[in-house]
Design a protein around this ligand. Sequence first.
Ligand SMILES: [Zn+2]
Length: 142
Amino acid sequence: MDLALAEARMAGARGEVPVGAVLVLNGEVVASAGNRTRERNDVTAHAEIEAIREGCRIIGDERLPGADLYVTLEPCTMCAAAISFARLRRLYYGAEDPKGGGVDNGVRFFSQPTCHHAPEVYSGFSAQAATDILKQFFAEKR
Ligand SMILES: [Zn+2]
């Protein structure tokens, strides 16, 4: 999660909403990423999607069963769907996102009957640090 927080800080330094994600397989970091939606003019370039995309490219598969994703903020619905489609084993996230989350808030994607693979979900890791990074970012924007 420390690496995910570092990715979040780097995203913030690029002017992106500071969220970071790290993909781990067999105890090794396969990919890490931060938000790049502004840089890429791509609304799908969330940290989670970037990490999954990079991980799939490196592993050479469209699915990553057995892989775990660490994210600083509760994933949105789009990312929750990508996590499900990629068949990730576990999701560890930091802060809850009552406004934009899709895991424990909003549509609760993994609990829907249309969700065909749900990872194990663990939350609250470095939640305060993740929240502080976001708060500081938006405070500086005002
Ligand atoms: Zn997302």
